[in-house]
Design a binder for this molecule. Sequence first.
Ligand code: FNR
Length: 355
Amino acid sequence: EALSIMRKGIDRTLDVINIDLLEEAAQKIYPEGAYAFIRNGSGKQWTLNENQRAWGDYVFTPNRMSGVVRDNIDLSVELLGLQLPHPFIVTPFGSHGLHHPAAEIATVTGAGRSGGLACVSSASTASMEDIATASDGAKFFQIYLDVDPGITRELLQRAKDSGFHAIILTVDAIGQGSSDEYVRLGRSRPWLPYGNFAPGQSTRFKTDLSWSDVEMIREATDLPVVVKGITRPEDARAAVEAGAGAVQVSNHGGRALDGTPASITVLPAIADTLQGDVPIILDSGIRRGTDVVKALALGADAVAIGRPVMYGLCLGGASGVDSVISYFHRETVDTTLHCGVDAISKLGSSHVRKP
Ligand code: FNR
């Protein structure tokens, strides 16, 4: 029954009250193994849990009586030359076919409705060419470098030819990312082909990454490179020196190295080191508009969202993705209003403090 709901290719607007409730509803639809694969984190899941707890390390210092008109609050942001109406980015996430039969086609359609930026994983269910033409919205392509440089070059060339605006190099997925629960359930989930690879083409991720890989991508594509998976200031600075156009502070949603700190706890030091030299995208654990505003106030220019968008895709297809983005939009406007400013660009360290 669960899979048949997915096969029907649902497209409906969702009444998103919060992400916990959305997840509860989605859990009823996913096969058990798929849910364990999507939801959980690696190891003891300390990082996964820390991604939620850590928002409490900062409290707001609301600014009353500022006369801001709610309807005039400006959420727009400029990122790598793109003018975006809001800072909510669909993060790169593999195999959208696990969530909905229309896979990434539905995701980018939903993200595009609000003019948002969508990132596409190299491990997508649909092919990058089909995804690229599915919507007019801005898109970045995320790559896992292959041990075979020929496969990598080919993917990069296809991404450039397809019109992706930037390449995201994910640098933290160099180990086992599965959760214990997923392994316990026998790694059982619907196995879907990857749309970017020929059937049977075997690909293996390169783990001996180095800063010269950033330079290689730049040379191969002439596109801006976003280095994703940064958690310390030294690496953020090194990324800029290697030619990165942006950094994405991330612990891979608690799926990479367990024990890596929550993104929000490392953001202030990274923002302090970069001093605005390149934009900062932050992900991992964003579930409310209050989380978004804390990230923006502490130095992020935009936020990337993973599981919440996938639950929206699962329950509502393209419209479900749009509903999740609308939920973040609504809550971010409310929180910005409390901060007493009429634009997210005016959020800063004066709006939050340690409790
Ligand atoms: C991911 N993430 C990820 N990142 C990436 O660069 N390429 C990928 O293919 C994937 N695939 C993927 C699958 C699943 C099931 C998860 C949970 C995560 C990481 C993703 O981009 C992002 O860092 C996290 O999802 C952010 O955390 P939240 O928002 O899910 O808490």
